[in-house]
Design a protein around this ligand. Structure first.
Ligand SMILES: [Zn+2]
Length: 70
């Protein structure tokens, strides 16, 4: 299984609501009762965070690693 950061192809995504190009930046998400900040693609206009299955899988693996290290 791959556990990589956001890839260039992720940036091709557009917001469904306002057709903005997504930007990648720090976004606070919640996972297993923990809040953490990570870089994810989001819409700069309506703040919708796009988490694809691939990105989510990679990010969740990263987060689990972070949590295990605590
Ligand atoms: Zn939008």
């Amino acid at each position: 299984m791959k556990s990589e950061n956001v890839q260039p192809e992720d940036l091709k995504w557009r917001c469904d609501r306002c057709q903005c190009d997504l930007v990648v930046g720090p976004v606070t998400v919640e996972y297993m009762t923990n809040h953490f900040t990570t870089d994810l693609p989001y819409c700069p206009r309506c703040k919708t965070v796009l988490i694809s299955e691939v990105v989510a899988t990679g990010k969740m693996a990263e987060v689990e690693q972070i949590l295990e290290d605590k």
